[in-house]
Design a protein around this ligand. Structure first.
Ligand code: DX5
Ligand code: ZN
Length: 221
């Protein structure tokens, strides 16, 4: 895989919410490829972030794809509204959908939005084996969801390799994304394991030179 194939998706969870318009419009200028929107309900995860209106409002500030990571119970109830708000990708947790995952993915697709499944670090990747071909994106959490700034869980790279193996055998372009604890070092390991979308919250937003950080995460410098 070439470095140019690696996409960087800054997570706006680490942005200043009071300056979100500026923060989001700056992302394209610094070389980001995707805007990662972490939606948390305080039920599935022990934190509350933002919802549909934030996605609709940031839509006005960027033409980059919006990647909405729904950390909410009953995502099927909200898929349509996130789609109308301007999401380009909607990913839902396997843990919140279980045997209904296939139907929720179909619902996302019906809205004309790219769909994806997410697994937590302790969910065996084999659970989504049959779901992977239905996805446009598979997201592997490399921390337990809820907060930015946590330490990367190395063992999740096994799940990345497992998913990469399946994706490579399919005749479909499926993105493999990793989320949590991504810095220069862990980005390299994730790229080597077969990831092509790297979410980075604190690494990008706490950087004094965000453009350079994005290049480093991409492995371009
Ligand atoms: C965690 C979120 C992540 C998080 C990443 O629940 O899904 O997207 O914001 O933040 P960092 O890169 O700081 O681990
Ligand atoms: Zn996320």
């Amino acid at each position: 895989m070439k470095n140019t194939d690696i996409k960087i998706a800054p997570s706006i969870l680490s942005a200043d919410f009071a300056k979100m318009g500026e923060e989001v419009s700056a992302l394209k200028k610094i070389g980001a490829d995707i805007v990662h929107c972490d939606v948390m309900d305080g039920v599935f995860v022990p934190n509350i972030s933002f919802g549909i209106k934030m996605v609709a409002d940031i839509r006005k500030h960027t033409d980059l794809p919006l990647d909405c990571h729904l950390m909410i119970v009953h995502p099927e109830k909200y898929v349509e509204r996130f789609a109308k708000a301007g999401a380009d990708y909607i990913t839902v947790h396997y843990e919140t959908c279980l045997e209904d995952t296939e139907n929720v993915l179909a619902l996302i697709k019906k809205q004309g939005v790219k769909c994806g499944v997410v697994i937590n670090p302790d969910t065996p990747a084999v659970k989504i084996k049959d779901i992977i071909p239905l996805c446009d994106m598979v997201l592997i959490m490399s921390v337990f969801p809820g907060f930015g700034g946590q330490k990367f869980i190395e063992s999740t790279l096994e799940s990345v390799r497992y998913v990469r193996d399946i994706v490579d055998k399919l005749d479909k372009d499926i993105l493999i994304e990793i989320d949590g604890g991504i810095n220069e070092e862990t980005a390299k390991a994730a790229r080597q394991a077969g990831v092509n979308v790297l979410v980075a919250g604190s690494a990008v937003f706490s950087s004094d030179d965000k453009a350079l950080t994005i290049k480093k995460l991409r492995g371009a410098v």
